[in-house]
Ligand binder design. Structure first.
Ligand SMILES: O=C(O)CCC(=O)C(=O)O
Ligand SMILES: [Fe+2]
Length: 421
């Protein structure tokens, strides 16, 4: 290995780094390592450097951002893609990489647009005391936990009763699926949630955290129960038990903070949502962070070799695809949903588990978090069942003063009409 070049480029990696060549499901597979690691690491460092440069520069408008992105970032990503196409011979792997590069290019471009919006507003402070607490927790921990008040909780339970019944029923015929009901944003359930977010300073806190206007943009009710198999047994073929970090992951995207609200009691037994405190601030390669998700979504199982079992990660559950992973440059060996691959008793496992905040009912029942950059998990029910709302927020450009005034007036008028004043 060229030590000088390595030191010069000092690449950043995906966080967390997992040594797949040492993992029991991979270590005996005898796949020849990719030979041009140093060059690949240098190409990745160049992409990260270009991204960092774009992060701090203030660019005027979307067209300008796109132009600089094409010139500085897209060209370097394309250089890496070309280099891999020239140095990897397996055509299936190349096709997979090409799909993944198309995805990562889109995500990186979107991220740069989001980051640049932060520069459009000078003052990112929250506007209310509660909002400041939400923002402080998000900045410090990556997550904020609070409690749904009793009155809203009871209202929501009453409104959801028919859907809960329907989801329990549906689970019987779809044992391998996640069981979800999508709601209209503007119905009675959505209004109740929106009022709760407003009262708790959640939209205000999120806006301050992301540095842009944040909207409540969608939600669903999810039913989880003990017999579900989607998260179990990814390495059962080699007799390896599920890891203590099972299902720890990042969500896809760069601009969708999330909330999970439990409407039934959650204990250690029925799948508390959890968040690894501070993981959103871990130093990492931005390119690889997005590339891991792209590799997950760009992956396609062969028709002649479909997924084995019910586990949701066919790419890891099958020996055939484990070989494909090992044939990649080390920097690309990973997944946004990596928790199952963290071996128990390792320093990494201890670190993740030590920092994990688990939202059982004594801690709270609403968690707002940065799932794109922070590690989290939930819904792993060992006994009993759990109903939660999965809520997504959306980052919008800052509103003009005029639009803010109009919205405020409309909100007041609506309140007045409903006789809630
Ligand atoms: O259901 C939970 O508690 C978390 C689920 C989650 O993180 C996800 O679906 O992405
Ligand atoms: Fe998630």
């Amino acid at each position: 290995m060229n030590v000088v070049a390595d030191n010069l480029t000092s690449p950043k990696y995906f966080y967390p780094r997992i040594d797949y060549r040492a993992h029991p499901a991979f270590r005996d597979l005898d796949v020849a390592p990719y030979a041009r690691e140093t060059e690949v690491n240098a190409l990745i460092s160049a992409i990260d450097l270009a991204l960092e440069k774009m992060n701090v520069s203030r660019l005027g408008g979307d067209a300008e951002i796109d132009r600089v992105f094409d010139l500085e970032v897209a060209a370097r990503v394309a250089a890496l893609q070309d280099f891999l196409s020239e140095t990897i011979t397996d055509q299936r792997t190349i096709a997979w990489l090409n799909r993944s590069f198309a995805l990562v290019m889109k995500d990186l471009r979107e991220r740069i647009h989001v980051v640049n919006r932060r520069h459009e507003t000078a003052d990112h402070r929250a506007k209310s005391p509660l909002g400041s607490i939400v923002a402080r927790d998000l900045e410090r921990d990556g997550a904020h936990i609070c409690k749904l008040d009793r009155e809203s909780h009871e209202k929501l339970l009453a409104l959801c009763a028919p859907f809960m019944k329907e989801l329990r029923e549906r689970s019987k015929s779809q044992p391998n699926e996640r069981i979800v009901h999508n709601f209209e944003l503007y119905g009675a359930v959505g209004s109740e949630l929106l009022s709760f977010f407003r009262r708790e300073g959640i939209l205000d806190g999120l806006s301050s955290y992301v540095g842009s206007n944040v909207n409540f943009s969608g939600f669903a009710l999810e039913y989880s129960y003990a017999r579900q198999k989607w998260w179990r047994g990814v390495y059962s073929d080699i007799g390896l038990a599920d890891s203590n970090a099972t299902y720890m992951h990042y969500d896809k995207g760069s601009r969708d903070p999330k909330a999970i609200i439990a409407i039934t009691d959650v204990t250690e037994e029925n799948g508390p949502t959890s968040f690894v405190r501070g993981s959103h601030k871990q130093n990492r390669s931005t390119f690889l962070h997005f590339m891991m998700t792209a590799l997950d979504y760009g992956f396609q199982a062969e028709e002649s070799h479909p997924a084995v079992g019910a586990n949701y990660r066919p790419r890891f559950a099958s020996e055939r695809y484990r070989r494909e992973l090992l044939s990649l440059p080390t920097a690309l060996q990973g997944s946004s949903h990596f928790g199952d691959d963290v071996l128990d008793g390792t320093a990494l496992s201890d670190e993740l588990l030590r920092n994990e905040i688990r939202m059982t009912k004594d801690v709270g029942n609403c968690i707002v978090f940065d799932g794109n950059y922070g590690i989290h998990r939930g819904a792993l029910v060992r006994s009993g069942e759990r109903f939660v709302f999965q809520v997504i927020f959306d980052i919008a450009p800052p509103l003009s003063l005029m639009t803010r005034l109009k919205l405020q007036l409309r909100w007041l008028a609506l309140k007045y009409l409903k006789g809630q004043r």
